[in-house]
Design a protein around this ligand. Structure first.
Ligand code: NAD
Ligand code: DAU
Length: 331
């Protein structure tokens, strides 16, 4: 199989490329990535000899068409992904997430190539903190932020290209990922690298907000299950029953790094901050037989902390810039 992976130099995409190269020797991987601030060649260094990396933009229709025409399938990860950046400047999110997905869709339509579109649980908005219900594929779209609304728009484009043009596509909406190669702007890597650089960890508001954590390798195994055996036109929710409050995650990071669990600052909350995300993954489990392998959050978190300790050369160069933005925002 010739597989085109957009955004393969970012966090989830790079982990996807690593595991694909390791586990699927019959797959020839091409990565298309604009190498924005969030993507880096270094994330693909361990597999540099095994994949083709094309530096380019998913809004470049001629380039995307050429690469799609050479492929049997596309896994589309490329996007602007950080909610705080979207609040500060939404324009790149419209361009990459909406126009970029449109460009990919037109290319797979012209060339009749299978597409898997990677999306997020944030398209469903949030749930009350005290409720027991979870998101399913039937939950109404209700995005809160410029990030999630552009991802929702992209999902709707995919659905309509399936219905109107018969494009062979699937969608997955996953919860919060953690693991190696995640940008230090995101919650878990930010706290780990704050400790490692002598800064104080930062918790938005009270920390009562709940996220449903999944290890990035479990997400990527689910993407492969959907790409291989998912029903065309279907949406699959990916989650690993990993609901935790931000305060609990913060304390776990500090405990695993031998710090006092209260050794952090409360900072100004994010505007429009979603309260709780929770995924019901039963369709994926029951129909496609997927189950998470990283079921002990503390073990996955400890391994992630060890990875950041051992790979300062990867994250060091981006840390000061990320913290300068947070300082400007008062977070
Ligand atoms: P990331 O920000 O770490 O990486 C995004 C990658 O896309 C980067 O390599 C960047 O250079 C590339 N990119 C951005 N705009 C581009 C463009 N116009 N053209 C080409 N490349 C471009 O993101 P991530 O966390 O790895 O997320 C990957 C995908 O998974 C996204 O679609 C995101 O919405 C989705 N997702 C993420 C999570 C999560 O917890 N991180 C959860 C669910 C879904
Ligand atoms: O749910 C999936 C989504 O998860 C993905 O679609 C997004 O691309 C990804 O960024 C992530 O979005 P979140 O906004 O949930 O992730 P983030 O890491 O920015 O923040 C996680 C939670 O932690 C959120 O409630 C805000 C809080 N937070 C974040 C940072 C950076 C803090 O309390 N302190 C921080 O320093």
């Amino acid at each position: 199989m010739r597989l085109l992976v957009t955004g393969g130099a970012g966090f989830i995409g790079a982990n996807f490329v690593h595991s694909t190269v390791r586990d699927r020797p019959n797959v020839a991987v091409t990565v298309l990535d604009a190498l924005t601030y969030a993507g880096s060649r270094e994330s693909l260094a361990p597999v540099a000899d095994d994949v083709r990396l094309v530096e380019g933009d998913i809004t470049d229709a001629a380039l995307v068409d050429t690469l799609v025409a050479e492929s049997d399938a596309v896994v589309h990860f490329a996007a602007e992904t950080h909610v705080d950046n979207a609040l500060a400047d939404p324009e790149p999110f419209l361009r990459s997430n909406v126009i970029g997905t449109f460009t990919v869709l037109e290319a797979v339509r012209r060339n009749d190539v299978r597409l898997h579109h990677v999306s997020t649980d944030e398209v469903y908005g949030d749930l009350p903190l005290d409720a027991k219900d979870r998101f399913t594929a039937e939950t109404r779209y209700n995005p809160s932020s410029p990030y999630s609304s552009t991802k929702a728009a992209a999902d709707l484009l995919v659905r309509s290209w399936v219905r109107s043009y018969g494009v062979r596509a699937t969608i997955s909406n996953c919860s919060n990922n953690y693991g190696p190669y995640q940008h230090v702007e995101k919650f878990i890597p930010r706290q780990i690298t704050n400790v490692l650089t002598g800064r104080r960890p930062k918790l938005y508001g009270s920390g009562a907000n709940v996220r449903d954590w999944i290890h990035v390798d479990d997400h990527n195994r689910a993407v492969w299950r959907v790409l291989t055996d998912g029903g065309l036109g279907r949406t699959y929710l990916i989650g690993a029953d990993g609901e935790r409050s931000n305060l609990a995650v913060m304390r776990a990071v500090l405990r695993l790094m031998d710090r006092d669990p209260d050794d952090f600052d409360h900072v100004t909350d994010r505007a429009g901050h979603d309260l709780r995300y929770a995924i019901d993954p039963s369709a994926l489990r029951d129909e496609l037989g997927w189950a998470p392998e990283h079921t002990e959050f503390d073990l996955g978190l400890a391994a992630t902390i060890a990875w950041y300790r051992d790979n300062e050369s990867w994250w060091g160069p981006m840390k000061d810039t990320a913290e300068a933005a947070y300082q400007e925002w008062g977070r």
